[in-house]
Design a protein around this ligand. Sequence first.
Ligand code: ZN
Length: 200
Amino acid sequence: MKQIITLFLAALAGQAQPLPITWYDGAGLDRGVADHTIQTLSRIFQQSGLDVQVRSGDPHEQEANLVLYTERRDVCRARRDIALRLRASAPDGMRGAVLAYSHPFAPGGVNVTVFLDRVEAAALQQRRPMSLLLAHVIAHEIGHVLLRSTEHSKGGLMSSHWNEHEFSLMPIGALLFSREQSRQIRRSLTGEGCRDAKNR
Ligand SMILES: [Zn+2]
């Protein structure tokens, strides 16, 4: 029976849909922390049926420095992959609670930005490994992009504030997208409902 379950899981893993992420590190994140972060991130999205594919990008590239502030909520023009920018510190004037932000409707440029100084401070405060918190912060922001929403849920990975409950779920791999969120994320990636999805 155990073998059957293992084979079944392997089959599921084989069907996982790719989630492409271009990783623009403009902050010189420690290699070990980056590796652990990507491992944790992969595990989170694997539970949603997605296989994270990280490509390292040059942070001097044009795309890495382009932020399109779009008011237009055009889901079908929004990019369906992730361009992630890691910044060493938050700009002056950025609210203290903000660890990262996303642009769910951006048709190009960076759609997820993370401030490593903020994440590191929060990890220290919560006494959690930096990579653990960073992976969940990135997953949350990717969630906004692929759920095409700036809204938050009442609790869980997509809540606006994580309390002790959410922090306690992180190390046991249980702070995840809900089944419905996972389904919506997979739909966004395939461009379901968009006429020219195949051309993008
Ligand atoms: Zn959020």
